[in-house]
Design a protein around this ligand. Sequence first.
Ligand code: SF4
Ligand code: SF4
Length: 90
Amino acid sequence: MTIPFDKLTPTPITYDKEMKLKTGSWRTFKPVIDNEKCIKCFICWKFCPDVSVIVEDEDSFPEINYEYCKGCGICAHECPKDAIDMEKEV
Ligand code: SF4
Ligand code: SF4
């Protein structure tokens, strides 16, 4: 069965490109990586739901893209070395 478009429940969607939505402005806490503790396992990169952990190559430390990071804290929770602190935004 196909539901006619005008019968669908209204849903909030974007008509614009996702990259234009700078979701970093939603953040209350921001992840800060301590490179002294980081072992470059890149689990943070794998778990970030916003693709906001940037890995240039396997020799580089991961970096956070603060334009899009929403501050959910998943990367900090999953880091096996406790190398990511969630710091309050000022
Ligand atoms: S999960 Fe932690 S140890 Fe692994 S790359 Fe990310 S910050 Fe470094
Ligand atoms: S706090 Fe959330 S959105 Fe930001 S880098 Fe970590 S996992 Fe990604």
